[in-house]
Design a protein. Sequence first.
Length: 166
Amino acid sequence: MIRVVVDDLAFVEVDAVVRPATAALAPTSPALRRLEQVGGPAFWKPLKVHDALDVGAAVVTGAGDLAAEFVIHAVIWSDAEPVSIDGIRRALVSVLQRAADWQLERIAVPPLGTGPGGLGLEDVAATMIDLLSAIPDGSCPTDVAIVVETEDERRMFEARLGSITQ
């Protein structure tokens, strides 16, 4: 099941939240720093990498004090590769692979790559809905909440979701 909700990603009760990240696992926008604040030291202390990760990678860590148990960090940007639809697609595929590997049934994901200087919401919605709607029945994750900040964003994602399910 795919659903779109207006909520704060830090407080959504799921098995894992997806956090867009840079190749060094830094947040991709100031809004995502809220996850670090709410998650506390147990969330942000493990976010040190020795070598930069490739765009398209996904890494699972604990969630600290977030409502979720885990965080799946989706690498969507690096110094060598700016945010792109292809990078978003690769990162979301990796996120879904990690969710399946870890048997995470319920995940929450924000729009990937729409931060400052990022991609258009319509393109991101199309890419994300297309990939998420292709999850085979019975496979993890079984419940995906796309967590947006505004009613306009909700309507955009739901319109794309409606065009897929018709």
